[in-house]
Design a protein around this ligand. Sequence first.
Ligand code: SF4
Ligand code: SF4
Length: 412
Amino acid sequence: MGRENFPDRFKHLDFMKMDRRTFLKAVGALGASLFLQTYRSDIVKALEFAETRIVWIHGGECTGCSESLLNGGEPDVLQAFDRLNIRLEYHELLLGQQGIYVDGEMVNTSELNSEILFEEVIEEAGYILVVEGAIANGPKGTGKYIILGGKTYKDIFRKAAENASLIVAVGQCATNGGVNSADSDIKDLMDFRGVAFTMEDGEKGMLQELGIEKPVININGCPPHPDWMLLTLGAVVLGKIKIPDDLPEVLDQWLRPKVFFPPDSVIHDNCPRRGFYDKGEFDTVVSGEKCLWKLGCKAPYTHADCAIRRWNGYHSLCPQSGSPCISCVSPGFPDSSRPFFQEIEDVGIAGTNIDTVAKVAIGASLLAVGAHAIRRVAVKEAPEGKEPEEAPGKEPEEVPGKKAGKDEGEDQ
Ligand code: SF4
Ligand code: SF4
């Protein structure tokens, strides 16, 4: 696949000579496949001696984020990691036959026993820690509601986080607690936490609970798009995002990369059904072909590039396939998106009000400006989280996870 398929403004650019701003625009415009295929030789050259180690752990979740990553297609995750010279040292879902017992026999080598492997990898330190799933703090701060191999997941997370250079939280459960932290009779008892936030509370992340300061990138979504995960890791590995110095500029207030979660646009802007909205033609049952606003579509105030990037091999997105957007990337999801399939009341539909909602969200002033008018809007991407400069972690490190003494390539 050649550069002739690129958007015009990127056709004549040399990727390895791009500055960070241009690079991030490029990864925003390109899919992982096009990006990795086109620049394969450049990437290999730049990373000839560099290797990045990744440790990927799982807490309270459905493994949907890893499955989304595996659905990345062309290139698949193993090809992408190979091209980026990433060594996936530990990943519970993808590990080969592992356990304390294998084929009925007790094993005590790191090749066969994942607990031993985990301890060895963690001891080496300096890796990128990818966290999938929420972390149980309950009951009463003990973390005993998730036990893995006789240890609490809270303790496993603590050890892995302490020795990491960077933490990348993937999926809604890891970023903000997700379904684990949703309102329920057992919510307080279970006390599930996200890495740096619990729902929209920036003081209740598990890192804050443990008193650990580390740089964090959140890749929201239930699940996240494979490109969001692969391209973020790619940008970090290639040194295009310097950790932690560049984070305040490249992340939003929820620690999400702005390139994939643009603060100045919403999914509704580029929805293929927008023409029906403009004409005031709305579906009242799912799987129709018209605008889904009356079915509770929340894309008008959801900041993500789903409608441009699209899913399932860059072919479709939720509203396109007949289901309203439920704003699965919003920090307060799922509570902030409920009820899923009801028209948002008190906002109005045809004409102008839907745009007003989007503008309010874009201006990040939903609460201050429009709360009285849109008090029944469920999703609020309001700036109640911490400012980027308060992002955890201050330790300077050029490329997290990269082994000392490795060549990083040029960053001009
Ligand atoms: S309300 Fe939803 S379905 Fe309708 S045009 Fe906007 S994004 Fe598309
Ligand atoms: S369109 Fe909405 S519900 Fe679908 S993946 Fe994007 S943010 Fe999530």
